[in-house]
Structure formats: structure tokens, C-alpha cells
Write a protein that binds this ligand. Structure first.
Ligand code: 1HE
Length: 265
């Protein structure tokens, strides 16, 4: 059943806005550097579960000087092993809902993108970094480990070797290094990230929804498949997409000179 675009009830640490077909989610806990506590992670889940059908892309950014300082460390001190497994599984569930949800998600990063904050960004489909961005995985120095599927997503972005370097040495990567290594797709000057994120979201939102579905859900699965299964899945997805009414009408538009040309930039 189609969901209306009703406003979800979010905790104070999150604020949602709409700009046409784009939903913008802001982490609004700057006093704690947007550290992610249980309330915040569950709020992200509520936000994605209540997305209206008319939302075509999401942008996530953070208030204050930093995108996110990662896991709220004050919640860790009393947690036993079983509770810690359950906690990590909540993060997995929420980030999987984002990654394998209905619409593409774009992270706009600035300042510290640390630990669980980097895991949050890694679960997004596109990442914009402002120049102030820096990345770190200080789990080793805190005596903990990744828990938000960073060990799954981050090596796929930058390789196991780079993740090891961040975790073993506690070094940071600058915005420029992150851009070179593959942590961000686009690097912009400070203060320009949200505008760039929204611009990208608008482009993404103008794609055929079925193509976006294939890009979000099928492409990563093919990339993890053996060549033979991947090739077959690709052919099947190509057939489903190209035989849709939307594809037919978009192709007709192009052939009758109404479609957009592919121009540089
Ligand atoms: C926090 C947190 C936090 C700040 N949990 N409270 N993450 C980390 O190891 C990063 C820890 N944070 C920092 O290194 C720094 O706070 C920052 C470099 C991000 C920012 O520095 P700064 O000087 O702007 O802020 P601050 O003075 O350090 O912090 C301001 C307040 O936020 C302060 O609280 P206050 O009550 O004394 O004002 C800090 O305690 C609080 N704060 N970061 C709790 N992370 C799913 S597993 C993922 C595992 C991880 O994410 S490990 C990485 C954890």
C-alpha cells in the first residue's frame, strides 16, 4: 500500500526536511558531536521506515563541526557480550535498510567522520566530502571493534589494507586522501556539501525508479557473484528494465529528440 509522506516522529537528535522529492535527514546532536546512541540509530530506522512514496532520494548530513563522532561511547561501559552482539545487530539492520531500501542515500560529510560515523557513511550509496572532512577508525585505541558492518563495507570501498592501517595505527585520512582512496565520490569546499548533495540527489531522483532499484539491489549482488551467475543476473535485470513502460517511453523520448543528451560535466 502506498505510504503517504507523513512526518515521522523522530528524536531531538534527528531532524527531517523535504525539498521536493528529496528528503534531508540531519543528525542534530552537535553537543555530543553527533555521536550515535541507541535513540539516534533507532531514529534513523524510523525515518527510513516512514519515507513517503513520493520521496525519490535521501541526503544525510550533520549539524555542527562534525558529521559524526561514531558510537556513543558512554553507552558501552555497562554492556555485556550478549547485549553487545544484539546492539551491533541493530546497527546492521538499520544500515541494511538504508543500503537495500527503496531510494538512494547520499551522505554529506564534514569534520570528523569517525568509527560508526564512517560506517554510517559507508552504508550510503554516494558520499560527498567537504574539505574539512577527516576519517578515522579509533576502535583499537578504545579496546573495541567495528560493529556497524564497517568490516564488510569499508574493505569494499578502500581495501582491507587501508582499513587495517586506519585501525592499527589510529591514523586519520584527510578529505583529499579519502577522495583518492575511494571514501568519497565528490570533494567540495567547506559549506558547499549540502548543495552538492541535494544536486546529486536531484539527478538520482530523475532516473527511472526501476533502474535505481537495479543499481542499488542488483549491481552489488552481481559484484559479489561468480562470473557465470552474475552474467545471467545481469541479462535478466537488463531484460526486466528495458521491457518496462518507463524505459520504452524514455527511449522514445530520446529517439524523438525530447530526451536529455549526455553532456560533459
Ligand atoms: C562523545 C563522543 C562519542 C564526543 N561518544 N560522547 N568514537 C571516538 O572514539 C571519537 C571520540 N570523539 C572525539 O575524538 C572527539 O570528540 C572529536 C574529535 C569527534 C570532536 O572533538 P571536539 O574537541 O570537537 O569535541 P569534544 O570536546 O571531544 O566532545 C564534545 C562532547 O561530545 C563531549 O561531551 P561533554 O559532555 O564533555 O561536553 C564528549 O565527551 C562528547 N563526545 N564524541 C560519546 N563518540 C557500531 S560500533 C562503532 C564503534 C565506534 O564508533 S568507535 C569510535 C568512537
Amino acid at each position: 500500500m502506498a505510504k503517504s509522506s507523513r512526518k515521522p516522529k523522530l528524536p531531538p537528535s534527528l531532524t527531517a526536511k523535504r525539498r521536493g522529492p528529496i528528503a534531508i535527514l540531519q543528525l542534530t546532536r552537535p553537543q555530543k558531536r553527533n555521536a550515535i546512541d541507541d535513540t539516534l540509530i533507532l531514529g534513523i530506522e524510523t525515518f527510513f521506515q516512514s519515507l513517503g512514496e513520493d520521496v525519490r532520494a535521501v541526503v544525510i548530513h550533520g549539524e555542527g563541526e562534525h558529521f559524526s563522532a561514531g558510537l556513543d561511547l558512554s553507552e558501552l561501559t555497562e554492556r555485556g557480550a550478549a547485549a553487545a552482539v544484539a546492539h551491533s545487530q541493530v546497527w546492521h539492520r538499520v544500515f541494511n535498510q538504508m543500503q537495500f531500501g527503496r531510494v538512494p542515500v547520499i551522505a554529506v560529510m564534514h569534520g570528523a567522520v569517525v568509527g560508526g560515523g564512517l560506517e554510517l557513511a559507508a552504508a550510503c550509496h554516494l558520499r560527498v566530502a567537504e574539505r574539512s572532512t577527516y576519517y578515522a577508525l579509533p576502535e583499537g585505541s578504545r579496546g573495541i571493534f567495528l560493529g556497524g558492518a564497517g568490516s564488510i563495507r569499508l574493505p569494499r570501498l578502500i581495501g582491507v589494507s587501508r582499513v587495517m592501517e586506519l585501525m592499527l595505527t589510529g591514523c586519520t585520512y584527510s578529505a583529499e586522501e579519502g577522495q583518492t582512496y575511494g571514501l568519497s565520490h565528490v570533494l567540495v569546499e567547506d559549506g558547499k556539501g549540502l548543495a552538492k548533495g541535494v544536486e546529486l540527489a536531484e539527478r538520482v531522483a530523475s532516473n527511472a525508479p526501476l533502474s535505481n532499484f537495479a543499481i542499488m539491489h542488483v549491481l552489488p549482488r552481481i559484484a559479489e557473484s561468480d562470473t557465470s551467475s552474475g552474467s545471467l543476473t545481469e541479462s535478466l535485470m537488463a531484460a526486466v528494465a528495458s521491457s518496462s513502460d518507463e524505459a520504452k517511453s524514455r527511449l522514445k523520448d530520446f529517439l524523438e529528440k525530447r530526451g536529455k543528451k549526455v553532456l560533459r560535466g
